[in-house]
Design a protein around this ligand. Sequence first.
Ligand code: T5A
Length: 211
Amino acid sequence: MTRGRFITFEGGEGAGKSTQLKRLVARLQASGHDVVATREPGGSPGAESIRELVLKGSADRWSPVTETLLMYAARRDHIERVIRPALERGAWVVCDRFADSTRAYQGAAGGTAPDLISALERHILEGTRPDLTLVFDLPPDVGLERAHARAGSEMRFESKGMAFHQRLRDGFQAIAAAEPDRCAMIDATGSLEAVEAQVWAAVSGRLGVDA
Ligand code: T5A
């Protein structure tokens, strides 16, 4: 059986992931691929219910460890019901955030012990890992300004202080540096077209897709 491909989009707040994810999905579909576009936390009915719990309310509503467990409960349901079945039928799964967000938000920025996160990755992901992760990088003040300017976003994580968002950026950069074969850094400060070109270069270059 041919397994599909699994691409994840990662980065801090307002980095432009959702905008670029839509563009990539359209491009992959135009080149004939069966594509499943999804997101975390969420992506399945059960995980979307957990999303409501974890993203709403005051910044300190949950401790980082509790958030880690909620994210992994949502992720397991999403993997079982959406991601794995899609990959098994040969589809390309393009996901807005995945396990690296837990490592960066709850781990590097929030202080959850790396050992706990590694154990959850081992037992809950069970090998469902991205083929390619695009790490969108930009200064946190620029991303937060973009996120605040856009209507309809959940504010719980955006409302954490600037030191949290700087640790978050450092955390994502460390993940990309530690796993260069899986991760491609995307300079998210440029125009929509400039960022799209970097995304396509990474996807076509690393996964061998024709336009
Ligand atoms: N979370 C998630 C955890 O803490 N742990 C986890 O394990 C997981 C999975 C999800 C939250 O959950 C946290 C992280 C998040 O805080 P969300 O509402 O789904 O929250 O939102 P985010 O994933 O954070 O995404 P954002 O909505 O903040 O931003 P995006 O998707 O990166 O950015 P996008 O595309 O919406 O763009 C933001 C604005 O900027 C503009 C867009 O038009 C839009 O208005 N823009 C640009 N402007 C100028 N130049 C560009 N190149 C631009 N690109 C986009």
